[in-house]
Design a protein around this ligand. Structure first.
Ligand code: NAP
Length: 467
């Protein structure tokens, strides 16, 4: 092994993407006591934490306390944050190769998957990812508009994101006013006329992707009654068999909770949340102005696929429901980074165990790695990314040991900083972020919220006294 990773020749690592996986990777790198490692973390936004800030629902504040652990990691004297520096806009991958021995891409999954049905692009049909980013104050979505003047909303998909969206639509705005929901979204939700919210699952209750606590939470909403349909709650034979075999207590509990909602009676709450199963949208209808007005659903049956999972199959029974707005919550999808091999079919960086692969040779690209959703696809909770990041970092350490790293022309922290400053004079350091954080939290104290978010980059710059 060369003397790389020593005081006189530190291993310089760039992490692209300041979400949970990026921080978990930094943490594991810093745990290597016999190596001197410097980490520079990049994000295209001035603010760190990825989906913890821009994705986790505002009424799930407890989940966001994970950022305290990220702050501790960032305190390491060998850690630097370069916020508001976008790879492909301000600097490129070639520049990173000039300054770092190893690069990890942890950019998450920034866009949505498609349903591929007629009418999907009508006005009023939105990817849930955009609505989530909007109500969480992501600057790129600040000026998006969602017309909540109609009475009926449909959320397609039964993952945790679908339930986040349904809850935000269903909650009493006064409850949301105690969270860190973006001001513009709270204002729009205060004027919302939405009364009926359908959540549509293509498979049955035993296959619902949302987790048990989230299913329970639906029954505890102050502003909405939740209902399920008795005929959709009866488990089919295949689901019964599969549950009996797996003895999955979490799923059994979830099914039980969902079944209990069939007995609910309207209690006078202003909104209704109706969770449907075994139905797939096959077409969205619109009016002359191109605005969505309805949805055609087909009833599904389950069949056992070769892969051992139960899949939905369309029957010849259809129904139509009137809807004024649709949120497609059928999964996130990764976006390619310029200059980094990408596997379009899965929407991930082409990799093996986190080592980026050259698509022509299928061999690892020296010094380049990936972790989190852009490595494995959008699955799991925040904590799932910790072992994932550790696996990637272990590959990096193995390769370092074998002498397989990049040989950057300028492996020096000051040279990197000077270059970045030249490319993006307005970059945000971690200290800058901590100042923003302090201002947001102080504003929140005045309004009884955990924080009041800055939702425009210009406002963030101005808050730090920059142009
Ligand atoms: P997800 O869990 O993969 O759920 C996607 C849903 O969309 C599934 O119900 C899927 O059905 C359905 N779907 C996919 N294609 C469809 C189609 N063409 N038509 C109808 N339905 C379709 O994805 P997600 O909800 O976006 O969540 C992403 C990850 O973040 C998950 O791991 C989730 O647990 C996590 N997350 C966690 C929390 C939390 O911990 N509270 C909050 C938010 C997100 P099938 O199952 O039939 O494919």
């Amino acid at each position: 092994m060369s003397n790389l990773g020593t005081e006189s020749n530190p291993l310089r690592v760039a992490i692209v993407g300041a979400g949970p996986t990026g921080f978990y990777a930094a943490e594991h790198l810093f745990k290597q006591k016999d190596l001197v490692i410097e980490v520079d973390m990049f994000d295209r936004l001035p603010t760190p934490f990825g989906l913890v800030r821009g994705g986790v629902a505002p009424d799930h504040q407890k989940i966001k306390t994970v950022t305290k652990a990220f702050d501790r990691i960032a305190k390491n004297s060998r850690f630097r944050f370069y916020g508001y520096v976008e790879i492909g806009r301000d600097i490129n991958v070639e520049d990173l190769r000039c300054h770092y021995h190893q690069i990890i891409y942890t950019t998450g999954a920034q866009t949505d998957r498609q349903m591929n049905i007629p009418g999907e692009d009508l006005q009023g049909s939105h990817p849930a990812t955009e609505f989530v980013a909007w109500y969480n104050g992501h600057p790129d979505y600040r000026d998006y508009e969602f017309d909540l003047s109609g009475e009926r909303a449909a959320v397609v998909g039964i993952g945790n994101v679908a339930l986040d969206v349904a809850r935000i639509l269903a909650r009493d705005p006064d409850e949301l006013a105690k969270t860190d929901i973006a001001d513009h979204a709270l204002e729009a939700l205060r004027h919302s006329n939405i009364k009926d919210i359908y959540v549509l699952g293509r498979r049955g209750p035993a296959q619902a992707k949302f987790t048990t606590p989230e299913a329970k939470e639906l029954g505890e909403l102050e502003g909405a009654d939740v209902f399920t349909m008795p005929d959709e709650m009866e488990l089919d034979e295949l689901s019964e068999q599969s549950l009996a075999q797996s003895q999955d207590r979490g799923t059994m509990k979830k099914v039980e909770i969902l079944q209990s909602y069939t007995d609910n009676k309207p209690s006078g709450k202003p909104k209704k949340l109706i969770v449907r199963f075994l139905v797939s949208p096959v077409e969205l209808y619109g009016n002359e102005a191109g605005q969505v007005t309805g949805m055609k659903l087909v009833k599904n049956k389950l069949y056992a696929s070769g892969a051992g999972t139960l899949r939905p199959k369309a029957t010849d029974q259809f129904e139509e429901i009137p809807v004024d707005i649709v949120f497609r919550s059928v999964g996130y999808r990764g976006v390619a980074l310029p200059g980094v091999p990408f596997y379009e079919n899965w929407g991930v960086i082409l990799n093996e165990k986190g080592r980026v692969l050259n698509p022509e040779t299928n061999k690892p690209v020296i010094g380049e790695y990936t972790g989190g959703w852009i490595k494995r696809g959008p699955s799991g909770v925040i904590g799932t990314n910790k072992p994932d990041a550790v696996d990637t970092v272990n590959c990096m350490l193995e390769d370092l040991e074998a002498g397989k790293t990049l040989t950057p022309a300028q492996p020096d922290a000051t040279a990197a900083r000077d270059f970045i400053k030249q490319q993006q004079p307005n970059y945000f350091s971690y200290e800058d972020w901590l100042r923003l954080d302090e201002i947001e939290v102080a504003k929140g104290k005045e309004t009884g919220q955990p924080r009041v978010k800055f939702t425009r980059v210009a406002e963030m710059l101005a808050a730090l006294g920059r142009q």
